[in-house]
Design a protein around this ligand. Structure first.
Ligand code: SF4
Length: 78
C-alpha cells in the first residue's frame, strides 16, 4: 500500500495539493487529523497506489475534507 506522495509518478499530487489549498478553513481537516487519516490508509488493504478501492478516491484528497469519513462502512478506520 502506498500514498500518492510515495509513488514515483505523482504529477497528480500537485493537482490535489492545489485543490486542497482552495478549501476553506471550515471545509479542510486540520493537519494532525489529515496525517492521522493517511496513516490509517497506509495500513489499509484497500489502498492501491494512492487510491481507495472502496470509493475510488485519492485518499490524499478525500482525507482533506473535515466532514469526510473512511468509506468502508463495515470497518471504518477514520
Ligand atoms: S477504506 Fe478507509 S482506510 Fe482504507 S484506503 Fe479507503 S479511506 Fe483509507
Amino acid at each position: 500500500m502506498c500514498l500518492l506522495r510515495e509513488c514515483a509518478e505523482n504529477g497528480m499530487l500537485d493537482d490535489i495539493k492545489m485543490r486542497i489549498d482552495k478549501l476553506s478553513d471550515g471545509e479542510r481537516a486540520d493537519a494532525e487529523t489529515y496525517e492521522a487519516r493517511l496513516s490509517c490508509c497506509k495500513k489499509c488493504e484497500h489502498l492501491i497506489s494512492g487510491v481507495c478501492m472502496k470509493c475510488g478516491c485519492y485518499v490524499e484528497f478525500r482525507a482533506a475534507f473535515k466532514k469526510q469519513k473512511c468509506p468502508d462502512v463495515s470497518n471504518r478506520k477514520w
